[in-house]
Write a protein that binds this ligand. Sequence first.
Ligand code: 5AD
Length: 342
Amino acid sequence: MNEKEILAWLREEDPARLERLWREADCVRAKNVGDQVHLRGLIELSNICVRKCAYCGINAGNKNLIRFRMTEEEIRSAARLACELNLGSVILQSGEDYGFTKEKISRIIKLIKQETPLAVTLSLGERSLNELTAWREAGADRYFLRFETSNRSLYNRLHPPLPGKTSDRIFLLQKIKELGYETGSGIMIGLPGQTYIDIARDILLFRELDLDMIGVGPYIPHPATPLAQEVGKAYPDQVPNTSLMTWKVIALTRLVCPESNIPSTTALATINKMEGYFGGLKRGANVVMPDLTPAKYRILYEIYPGKASFGEDIQGAIQKFKEQLIEMGRPPGTGPGGRKRH
Ligand code: 5AD
C-alpha cells in the first residue's frame, strides 16, 4: 500500500467498505500471527519524569501529582504475579526517571530473568546508548518507545528536549534494533494539529523501521497538561481522536506490517467502553497488556484520565477475560509471544 491508498482508507466513511477493511485486517492477522492473543503484564515502575511532553499527565510540569517509585521487592512480586497468571512477558514502563539507574534496572532485569521464564520488555523513555546496551546485556528482550508522530514540527512542539540534548526517537529506535532488542514503537491518534497525511506517513514509517511491535491509541486530553488547551481549535485536516479512527489505523497497520505484534491498547479500551479491547482484536490486533501495577500506584500513573483497568480483583478479571477470548475463538497466548519471521 502506498500513501495515497492509506490516505483513502483513513478518510473512508462508508460502513460497508469499512467492514471489508476490518475483515481483511482480521484475515491477514490470522494468517501471519495466528489466533492466539498474547497477554503482557504491564508494570508501571515510576511516575517520576524529567520530561515535559505536552500531552502527558505525568510530565514534570504537573506539580499536583503525588510521585512514586516502586521498590525492587514490589517489582519482583508483580513479575511473580505475571507468572501465576500464566502471562508470557512483562513490560517495565516508567516516566524518564533517572532514579532508576543503569545498575538498578540491570539488577531488576537479571532478577526477573533468574526467577521467571518471562520475556522482559522495557519502556523507560529516551535513555542513553550506554544504558540501553547494559540492559540488553543484562537480558532484556524488547524495548518499546513510541515516536508518537513522524511529523517533525509537531513532534518538536510536543517534546521539549532536556537542556543541551536533542530528542530523536527514530534515531534511538534504530540503535535499539542494532542492539538486538525486539523493537516496538507507535503513535497517538488525534493529537491537536495532526493531519491525515501525518498518519499515513506514520504507518509507512512503521514498515520502514520493520518494527516487531506497534502500539497505537487515541490521544486523550489530560486537563493538567498544556496540550489539553488546544483541543477543539480549528486545525486544517485535523484527525479525530476517536475509536473509529484508531480502528482504521490498527487495521491498516496490520495490512502494512503483517508480522508485527499489535496490541489493542488501554487508551482504545478507555474511550470505547462498548467494545473495549475486543474492538481492536477484531480488526488486526493480537496483544493485550493488562496492568499489574499495585492499585495504590496505578491510580497515580495517570498519563491520561479515566484509564481502563482490569480492577482490584486482577486474578478474577483476567480469568474472565481469558474465557471471553476463548469464546471468540482467540485463545490466550502461550509462551513469550515474540515476533516470528516468515
Ligand atoms: N493520551 C493518550 N496516550 C498518551 N500517552 C501519553 N499521554 C497520553 C495521552 N494524554 C501515551 C504515549 C506514550 C505512552 C506510554 O502513552 O504515546 O508513549
